[in-house]
Ligand binder design. Sequence first.
Ligand SMILES: [Zn+2]
Length: 128
Amino acid sequence: MFFIIRRRRRKRKPLTAEQAAEVERLRAQAKAALPPRLAELAALHGFTYKAVRIKHNVSNWGSCSELGNINLNLNLMRLPEHLRDYVMLHELCHLKYLNHGPEFHALLEIVCPGHRAYQRELKSYKLI
Ligand SMILES: [Zn+2]
């Protein structure tokens, strides 16, 4: 017997018209800026992913599937460049390790030196 544990999704508060417009601005910026930057970082460090999609969710800045698909949150456009790169490098490292174990962090430290400080800094930003 086994159980399927579903992570409960955080419900999004309804967006105001202003916030909705801001989200669409961020989406357009993200679609233009993030895929080329991800491709650049992947080429620089020898990662190969399958596809990249821009998402709007309140649960993560990015994600990586077993199949090698990377999702990036349009909220990344609200971050300073070094944190945006940190999130993309974090997801690229998940192509090799689909967990947050010591090997994952060792690899991330090679491609993104000082990543633990970036991880802490990222916590001061909230997803909208
Ligand atoms: Zn992760």
